[in-house]
Design a protein. Structure first.
Length: 533
């Protein structure tokens, strides 16, 4: 190993040996975290960027594309439930060309492209059928694009056109949808499908579309609209009205002192009513007016006589004839007439009738007038007496037993929660205090260990050799010590036949015990003189 590398290694080893066990553990964990992060970063950077090769594939096309990619050895991933195939960004265009040469993905659409395949010799029947198939395919493709729909099939029943009004029939449609696993179509999505199909076919209304899912559930019926939509609209309406009335009553009698129940009858299907009325406008002039007058004045001639027996007229006597007059007047007038035709269409889910029931707490009513409250409730709920709406307001005594029990249970739960929080706080404080005490103790130990003087071995022989460099008077004074006798004489520490080194060591120990500070200064001066020498 080169000397430079060995020197660096020794320095690192000495630096590592200066760590305490805790510091060494933290350093190892930090180095491991940095290494793992670097490995993860390199792996993420080395991973190729994936781009959709094809999306919105059906199961058959997705399987064929995957088989071709496996045969070519191209890495891939599947997303969106297997309908999207992802490959590396650099392989997208090459693989699209390669799969296109194999006829993948297949074009299974049956839309308006069918019209391009028709020949000039196609009959009218073939043209009508092809157009119907193309329209069905376009509608199915559009419905399949709705979120949650995997596949869709549309079948149209288009009646033949006729000039006879009595024989005209409305077109109908049936839609089959298959949703993705775990997905259920909402009422809004079903209504969107119904309106999409009905708007695409001339003469079709939104009640002429039936929608069925893959489980056989009828989502929309012909003549009834979306199944369950009326019930949902009724529930939504009842909830909205009840919330509005409750909010108003809470300000009058206080929260929890009123109970509101709303019941609404909604139309299950679309209904249409037409009424026609006639009336004569007051003060309007006549459109046309005609008057005929006829008069006659003169001698009465040919007066009829009285019938006699056998129906033979008896001649009138002479002198009976005289003067006569005749007048006839007739008029004809054509007056203006008002004609009113009213057509009322009630959509599915429209409110036909509603009733509101309100119960008020007697204890919280105070001086409030029940009649005024009833009028306020009627106005807030939109009561229409013409369609049969009704409001009932009653003042009763509320049963507060359950509320009091719930309040007591809630108070106990709050007290238990506060007690648990206090215990948790105490435990956390105790743990924090223990950790703090341990940290303080550890810091004290480390500080004491750091302040402990390092002892180095000194050769006593060298110390006596350098004795001459120190003032002999100071040395004798240091060896002699104070005037009072020592507690333990040096002669008692020396064996019967001590060696010279033992004597020197004993003298040095005695000197250190008498005056450590002066001994340290003496040794420091001797070492400095030895270094200069």
């Amino acid at each position: 190993m080169p000397a430079a590398v060995q020197n660096v290694w020794q320095r690192l080893s000495a630096w590592a040996r200066g760590f305490s066990p805790a510091q060494l553990t933290i350093a190892i964990i930090g180095v491991a975290a940095v290494v793992l992060g670097a490995v993860a970063l390199v792996s993420w950077l080395a991973r190729p960027t994936l781009t959709p090769l094809f999306s919105g594939l059906n199961a058959t096309d997705a399987s064929a594309v995957v088989e071709e990619l496996q045969a070519s050895g191209v890495p891939y991933e599947l997303a969106d439930g297997g309908s999207t195939v992802l490959v590396a960004e650099g392989d997208v265009y090459d693989q699209r060309l390669a799969l296109a040469s194999s006829g993948l993905p297949g074009d299974n659409s049956q839309g308006y492209n069918l019209l391009d395949q028709m020949g000039v010799t196609a009959s009218e029947f073939q043209q009508n059928v092809t157009y119907q198939r193309a329209l069905e395919g376009e509608l199915a493709a559009t419905i399949s694009a709705i979120s949650g729909v995997e596949t869709a099939t549309v079948r149209l029943a288009l009646p033949e056109e006729t000039v006879f009004v009595s024989e005209q029939r409305d077109p109908t449609a049936s839609v089959f949808v298959a949703t993705r696993s775990g997905t259920t179509l909402s009422t809004e999505q079903v209504q969107a499908i119904v309106h999409l199909v009905s708007a695409a076919v001339q003469g079709m209304s939104n009640t002429d579309v039936a929608v069925i899912d893959a489980d056989g559930t009828v989502l929309s019926t012909v003549g009834g609209g979306a199944t369950g939509s009326s019930g949902d609209q009724a529930n939504e309406y009842e909830t909205r009205v009840a919330a509005a009335v409750t909010t108003m009553l809470d300000r009058i009698v206080g929260t929890g002192n009123s109970s509101v129940i709303v019941s609404a009858d909604v139309a299950q299907g679309v209904s249409e009513r037409t009424s026609e009325s006639y009336g004569v406008p007051e003060g309007a002039p006549a459109l046309t007016e005609q008057t005929d007058t006829e008069s006659y004045t003169g001698e009465q001639q040919g007066a009829a006589g009285v019938l006699g027996p056998d129906n033979i007229a008896v001649p009138q006597a002479e002198g009976a004839a005289g003067d006569g007059a005749y007048t006839n007047e007739s008029s004809s007038r054509t007056n203006a007439i008002d004609r009113t035709v009213e057509t009322v269409t009630t959509p599915a889910g429209g409110v036909e009738r509603q009733t509101v029931s309100v119960a008020l707490n007697q204890a919280a009513l105070g001086g409030a007038d029940v009649a005024n409250i009833e009028q306020l409730v009627a106005a807030a709920a939109g009561i229409d007496a013409a369609r049969g709406d009704a409001v009932a307001v009653q003042v009763v005594d509320f049963d507060t037993t359950a509320a009091e029990g719930a309040e007591a249970a809630l108070a106990e739960a709050r007290a238990a929660e506060q007690e648990g929080q206090m215990q948790s706080l105490i435990q956390t404080g105790a743990i924090a205090l223990a950790v703090l005490i341990g940290s303080i103790v550890l810091a004290i130990i480390v500080a004491r260990a750091a302040r402990k003087p390092k002892r180095e071995p000194i050769d006593i022989g060298e110390l006596h050799e350098q004795r001459g460099a120190v003032d002999s008077a100071a040395w004798d004074e240091l060896i002699a010590g104070p005037a009072e006798p020592a507690t333990v004489p040096i002669t008692q520490l020396i064996p019967a036949e001590p060696t010279s080194s033992e004597v020197k060591r004993a003298e040095l120990n005695a000197l250190a015990q008498r005056d450590p500070a002066k001994t340290a200064d003496l040794l420091r001066a001797m070492m400095d003189d030895g270094g200069r020498a």
